[in-house]
Design a protein around this ligand. Sequence first.
Ligand code: GSH
Length: 209
Amino acid sequence: MFLIGQYDSPFVRRVAIAMRLYGLKFDHKPWSTFGDAEKIAPYNPLRRVPTLVLDDGEALIDSTAIIDYLDELVGTDRAMIAAKGIERRRHLRIIALATGLGDKSVSLVYESALRKEKLALWVDRCEAQIKGALDALEQARDAATTPYLFGAGIGHSDIALACVLRFTVEAHSHLFTPQAYPALSAHSSMCEALPVFKEIVQPLSPPKR
Ligand SMILES: N[C@@H](CCC(=O)N[C@@H](CS)C(=O)NCC(=O)O)C(=O)O
């Protein structure tokens, strides 16, 4: 199978990190959503990444759907998320907040990289949404009494959170300071120190007009 997308995308990165931690072999096609859109289109009509193409040609799209498939492959005992109940819903809420924060951070990057003049209405809205999500995630991370969010081992919510934090800090450093978000800052440092995070990483390279 092969994974399409560059590791400066927090969504691609979280999938690749999960695959490595699960010990799943894959080829990597670091195609750019803008420069290589025509290459991506046959696999994903939305021309978005991540896209995971299986050996039989089936193409999976959207990081959460891809990870759902990876969990199925490894089975419930090894899956980095609870199988059901409140434990699963807690993970999913953090993942939704983190990936939603990622969506807004990515939108803001496009707003400044692709438009001649930024639209203040959109920038203000995205920044308010980013702040709201960061505040909620700080509270949740601060409340955790275990090394990771929901236990002693890393979970999908930890990975999604760390990947999105790195992207947000690189793209919009004025929206995040360690003083304002100490628990998130500590979470990011802990995850980024892991070998798999050091291996699967790429500095942000925004699209050009
Ligand atoms: N909800 C999607 C978001 C993926 C996403 O936003 N990918 C960006 C790259 S970071 C992309 O493909 N952008 C190109 C576009 O949306 O046109 C997921 O979780 O996979």
